[in-house]
Design a protein around this ligand. Structure first.
Ligand code: NOJ
Length: 558
């Protein structure tokens, strides 16, 4: 691929680092992370070796859902900084070779958004209400909500309004919390506004957009109940066929920007949680989204057959649409890998999250290191959630009174919520705030566990055996190895419960998920291992990157 073409197609094998701005680094000392903090740590990201940053929402927001309740897309929340700072940050990141991806939340807005405030103030049937899903209730006096649709946040999906005279009024739909009213995507204002927002950020040099809850925007206007076992496209509020036209229009907007050497192609990345891979990849057809998060892989337990099945299904389903796969071990919504992989049930599901699940962190750490090598060697692009490169565990001991996540609050405390993976990063020093905030700052918005003194960036940079050292090494090798990133892979046998595959002329990745050591396949050189080898053997829960022996001897080894 020529250098211009590879600039244009940068996203096919990019390493994208996810920043949760509240918890990355605090520049102004208020205990909350901000853009000044990110700016001051750009060198860290460049040295880590990432190609792009995805920022979770940084817009004006009451933070009822950590910024996924946007009050104004054209204003940066004052807790994070200003629009001028965002523009400077985008440029400063590009200057060190890092592109920026912003988060767009098209399914809903904040209840403080001026459209919703205007809708509440207006009468039933008004144009202001038509941008949302206002509806009379069912039953006597309209006292029953219009549907019983389930919420990913637990709890109800409709809230009743009050009329100006205080009597109960219409209901409005919110698939998430009541502070996040759903927009009506049949309304032309809603479509026009979002295309303007895309242009607003593309004009400021962002290289891409991550689309929140991308499969939920369109609703069946007849508001039927959810069928018990909906077939493809039959759910009233998920994966409706009409969505594809919306993303075709968005693609036209993205493609209207020149793919010059600095920004390359402007991309659309979907947050699409769908169990059916064939429905999933329909969003990735050539005139729709560029990529989407591969949650199937993230959700699988640490088990060779499960992971292999997910990898094969991912690659087979992406091939016909020509889209690259993405590999994602975690994000700001899920249990950290070090914790997850240390549990008897090492898969992930929102429904199964519970407080107090027994966890072997040492085992989890070993597996998370091996998973890092596995995911970085697979074909496509790679996402790293801030703090995973430090091996941070989920902070489960957080005091319940500090939990603000609607997933926790709306479950009546049954679901622990997502704060445990959103704790401010430890940078340096031996005590909180571990360099997250400057000296003399206010306490961090969530407390940091004192034992994270062992996990600071400073400590890990000085330790060649640390998780950070592993991530830096693997990203350096990933960039240099011709077979890695986009392109084919070929499995080869290396023992029961061992995942082994070749990339390019001589690269091989071997991951031992069995409970005993296995001989390393024939090789000329070991490039990197996730843990110490046992002589010529690869121990359990360990991965190795190799330069393979020439083809003939590899076949012999098989
Ligand atoms: C998905 C986001 O990742 C999550 O954090 C948010 O709560 C929901 N969408 C609702 O916007």
């Amino acid at each position: 691929m020529g250098s211009q073409a590879s600039e244009r197609l940068w996203w096919r094998d990019a390493v994208i680092y996810q920043i949760y701005p509240r918890s990355f680094a605090d520049g102004d000392g208020d205990g909350t992370g901000d853009l000044a903090g990110v700016r001051s740590r750009l060198d860290y990201l460049a040295d880590l070796g990432v190609d792009a940053i995805w920022f979770t929402p940084w817009y004006l927001s009451p933070m009822a859902d950590g910024g996924y309740d946007v009050a104004d897309y054209r204003v940066i929340d004052p807790a994070f900084g200003t629009l001028a700072e965002a523009e400077e940050l985008i440029a400063a990141a590009l200057a060190v070779g890092i592109r920026t991806i912003v988060d767009i939340v098209p399914n809903h807005v904040s209840d403080q958004h001026q459209w919703f405030q205007a809708a509440l103030a207006a009468r039933p049937g008004s144009p202001e209400r038509a941008r949302f899903w206002f509806h009379p209730g069912r039953g006597p006096g309209g006292a029953e909500m219009p549907t019983r649709w389930a919420s990913p946040f637990n709890g109800e999906t409709w809230t009743r309004t009050k009329n100006p005279d205080g009597t109960p009024g219409e209901w409005y739909l919110h698939l998430f919390s009541s502070a996040q009213p759903d927009l009506n995507w049949d309304h032309p204002d809603v479509r026009r506004e979002h295309e303007d927002v895309l242009r607003f950020w593309f004009d400021r040099g962002v290289a891409g957009v991550r689309i929140d809850s991308a499969a939920l925007l369109v609703k069946d206007p007849a508001l039927p109940e959810e069928p018990a076992n909906p077939g493809p496209g039959e759910h009233p509020a998920s994966d409706r066929d009409e969505l594809h036209d919306i993303y075709r229009s968005w693609r036209t907007v993205a493609d209207s920007y020149p793919s010059d050497v600095t920004s390359g192609e402007r991309i659309l990345v979907g947050e699409v949680w769908l169990p059916d891979v064939d429905r999933f990849v329909r969003y990735l057809r050539p005139d729709e989204l560029h990529t989407a998060f591969n949650f199937d892989f993230l959700a699988r337990p640490w088990d060779a057959a499960e992971l292999r099945e997910s990898i094969d299904a991912t690659l087979a389903s992406h091939a016909p649409v020509g889209a690259p796969a993405t590999w994602v071990l975690s994000n700001h919504d899920v249990t950290r890998p070090v914790t997850r992989y240390g549990r008897a049930d090492s898969g992930f599901s929102f429904e199964a999250k519970r407080m107090g699940t027994p966890t072997d962190l040492e085992l989890g750490r070993r597996r998370a290191r091996a998973a890092a090598l596995l995911s970085a060697a697979l074909p496509g692009s790679l996402y790293i959630y801030q703090g995973d490169e430090l091996g941070l565990p989920e902070f489960e001991e957080l005091d319940n009174t500090l939990r603000q996540d609607p997933m926790f609050l709306r479950s009546g405390g049954v679901d622990p919520g997502r704060e445990g993976c959103r704790v401010p990063l430890p940078w340096s020093g031996d005590a909180p705030p571990f360099g997250f905030s400057p000296a003399g700052a206010a306490p961090t918005w969530l407390p940091q566990p004192p034992e994270w003194a062992e996990l600071t960036v400073e400590k890990q940079l000085a330790d060649p055996g640390s998780m950070l050292a592993l991530y830096r090494a693997l990203l350096r090798i990933r960039r240099a190895e011709p077979g890695l990133g986009d392109g084919p892979m070929i499995w080869f046998p290396a023992g029961d419960d061992v995942l082994a595959f070749r990339r390019g002329p001589r690269f091989a990745c071997v991951v031992n998920l069995s409970d005993r050591p296995v001989p390393l396949p024939g090789h000329e050189r070991v490039l990197l291992t996730s843990g110490p080898l046992a002589g010529a053997d690869l121990p359990s829960d360990t991965a190795a990157w190799l330069h393979a022996a020439p083809q003939r001897s590899t076949q012999h080894d098989q």
